[in-house]
Design a binder for this molecule. Structure first.
Ligand code: THU
Length: 130
């Protein structure tokens, strides 16, 4: 799968976002070494703190299906003008499984920027830290 195809998967996942409170829709797509893809959207809640982000939705879907290894690329598509970078909680959750993960942060109009997770979360706390 190409980066462009993964971006399309994130955009498709964004359609399902449940974001009645913020109005900010997000879709995420995770690509694994074996070519498998897991997608997610943000799911908000009337108890605002119970909201889950698109990236963590996708990651939890993957892990709950037994997929722990081989995460190589994440595409995140927000509905704002700026590229949508993962929040701190998502960076931490992703770091557990792929500290060097490549991330594509996509804006409303489809333009995107890239970065590696270890630059977004330097000196991250992970399994080796325990
Ligand atoms: N959100 C995500 O889904 N991913 C991010 O990386 C940033 C924020 C969601 C959470 C909430 O539903 C909305 O965007 C506004 O914060």
């Amino acid at each position: 799968m190409t980066e462009s195809e993964l971006i399309q998967a994130a955009l498709a996942a964004r359609v399902n976002a449940y974001a009645p409170y913020s109005g900010f829709q997000v879709g995420a797509a995770l690509l694994y070494e074996d070519g498998s893809v897991f997608t997610g959207c943000n799911v908000e809640n009337a108890a605002f703190g119970s909201t889950i982000c698109a990236e963590r939705t996708a990651l939890v879907k993957a892990v709950s299906e037994g997929k722990r290894e081989g995460l190589i690329l994440l595409a995140v598509a927000g509905s704002g003008e700026e590229p949508c970078w993962p929040c701190g909680a998502c960076r931490q959750m992703l770091f557990e499984f792929a500290p060097n993960l490549k991330i594509l942060a996509i804006s409303k109009n489809g333009t995107y920027e890239t970065a590696s997770l270890n630059t977004l979360l330097p000196h991250g706390f992970g399994p080796a830290s325990l």
